[in-house]
Design a binder for this molecule. Structure first.
Ligand SMILES: [Zn+2]
Length: 148
């Protein structure tokens, strides 16, 4: 039993085997089968590779530069002899300014500033006292410099 299809041109029921419509003579293109069968879904393009992981430094919560400088100068004032007399007060000032900036900008580095403050005070006072003792000793030695 032949299947009937509609003419692509006039819509008349014609045999599916007919190449030309008997009514209008329009050529029936293609087979009666669905020409779109076998049409696979186009494969979606491969998902983009994940973006390369780049270390992101958030701009706001960075470490306060003065706090770092304060800690460095504070440690230097402790480690390097006699330099603490100069770098100790510098570390203290830097620590004070750093803590003020940290409070205002919510930066990191408060611990560094405190470290700089403590080491600066220790370096300044420590070597200050040490130098004072030397000076006093020298003065005392000079004063008591009795002829042997
Ligand atoms: Zn027709």
């Amino acid at each position: 039993m032949p299947q009937t299809v509609e003419c692509l041109n006039c819509g008349s029921s014609i045999a599916s085997t007919d190449i030309f419509c008997p009514e209008c003579g329009h050529r029936q293109t293609g087979s009666t089968g669905d020409p779109t069968t076998g049409h696979d879904q186009p494969q979606t393009a491969a998902p983009a590779s994940p973006p390369p992981l780049q270390p992101q430094y958030p701009p706001q919560p960075n470490t306060n530069g003065k706090a770092v400088a304060s800690m460095v100068t504070g440690i230097v004032s402790l480690v390097v002899p006699f330099v603490g007399i100069v770098t100790g007060p510098l570390a203290i000032v830097l620590a004070a300014r750093a803590r003020t900036e940290i409070r205002q900008t919510s930066q990191k580095g408060d611990g560094l500033a405190i470290t700089g403050l403590v080491t600066g005070i220790l370096g300044c006072i420590g070597y200050g006292i040490f130098l004072l003792i030397i000076i006093i000793g020298a003065l005392a030695g000079a004063g008591s410099a009795s002829p042997l």
